[in-house]
Design a protein around this ligand. Structure first.
Ligand code: ZN
Ligand code: ZN
Length: 360
């Protein structure tokens, strides 16, 4: 309920009568519904109203708390049901999430509720609410990160010349569930050799060879919360340049972790890692941001990047720190950990796998 109250406060501040929540992770965050179809209406005051279809009739009874529920049969859309219940008749304005409402839905809303002002609420208002985590939520991410650490340790013996990236990815997914994760947080990335220069190289049938770097980027979901970690390991002896690049990334990542303070912004923290990598001549080879918020979704706010100026770091935010260097046709290195900002200054690392170069 505390989560709903937070959103209602925001709805009031924005001068709206209600908020239409259509982004499923936000719905999960607000009322604990984990299915794949639903619309949540959160009025400025009073109980929210949740609409979903007949497939979730039993599931809502188990999961959903703090909202009125309406189940829609096969022949109607959720918006037909909302119109029938005349839920919007007292409202002048309702906010919606522009990034999460399909055009056909917007069109129906416009036609069915002509009196209603549909207000796009930009800047991910609902997602913003999830930025500051409770200790319980941090505990869930910590557990997800622990599972990831265990998986990393146990998967190392699997990585050897002749094994395909896909086999390694399959082991990671299997162990993730075996050690208590609900599922992979995202499609497991295993990128070896030249392919390690692809920041998002999902596993292929390429065989791992001696002398290559292998980047593993994976995460798990525990009670709805995600972890996300990356380690790059060497199979046999790697070139001097790749060794050098590894040490630069490792130092850049450590510097960023050491510099986390409440009050700085996402851009400043990004610059800590970026300036170090640039100083060592690889600035142009670090194409993505230093990190991203983590929680109900794998990519949340705040943004730890050059676009992250408006996100101030605050206690109990959880995000990743993951600088990388990618040399086209040669290979790449990324190291990623999950951290939580602490009031006393600094941050607590939730992932704890070793960061020195592991040679298999
Ligand atoms: Zn990752
Ligand atoms: Zn990440």
């Amino acid at each position: 309920m505390a989560r709903i109250v937070k959103l209602q406060k925001r709805v009031k501040e924005l001068g709206l009568d209600a908020m239409l929540v259509t982004h499923l992770p936000s719905i999960y965050y607000l009322i604990n519904f984990s299915g794949s179809n639903g619309v949540l209406i959160v009025p400025q005051q009073g109980k929210p109203h949740f609409f979903t279809d007949f497939r979730y009739k039993s599931q809502v009874k188990i999961e959903v708390a703090g909202a009125k529920v309406s189940i829609i049969d096969r022949d109607r859309t959720i918006y037909d049901a909302i119109a029938e219940k005349q839920l919007f008749s007292d409202y002048d304005s309702i906010g919606f999430e522009p990034a999460h409402l399909a055009y056909w839905e917007y069109d129906i809303l416009r036609k069915k509720f002509r009196h209603l002002k549909l207000v796009p609420v930009p800047d991910r208002e609902v997602e913003k609410l999830t930025m500051i985590k409770t200790e319980d939520e941090i505990g869930m991410i910590r557990k997800a990160a622990d599972i990831g650490d265990q998986v990393f340790k146990q998967v190392l013996p699997v990585i050897k010349p002749g094994v395909t990236e896909r086999e390694v990815a399959a082991e990671i997914s299997y162990m993730t569930r075996k050690f208590g994760g609900e599922r992979d947080a995202f499609n497991v990335i295993v990128a070896s050799g030249e392919r390690s220069a692809l920041p998002h190289g999902v596993a292929t049938d390429k065989k791992i060879k001696k002398g290559e770097l292998v980047t593993l980027d994976f995460g798990c979901v525990y009670k709805g919360f995600n972890s996300d970690m990356t380690r790059t390991v060497a199979v046999g002896k790697i070139s001097t340049e790749l060794q050098k690049v590894y040490e630069i990334v490792r130092a850049a990542q450590q510097r960023a972790i050491d510099k986390v303070r409440p009050g700085m912004n996402g851009r400043e923290l990004d610059s800590v890692a970026r300036d170090y990598i640039t100083l060592h001549g690889y600035g142009s080879k670090f194409g993505h941001g230093t990190g991203h918020g983590l929680g109900i979704e794998v990519h949340e706010l705040p943004m730890i990047s050059q676009r992250g100026e408006r996100y101030k770091l605050e206690p109990n935010q959880v995000f990743t720190i993951e600088p990388g260097i990618y040399l086209e046709n040669i290979g790449g290195v990324r190291i990623e950990d999950d951290v939580v900002v602490r009031r006393e200054g600094g941050c607590e690392e939730l992932t704890s796998s070793p960061k020195e170069l592991i040679t298999l």
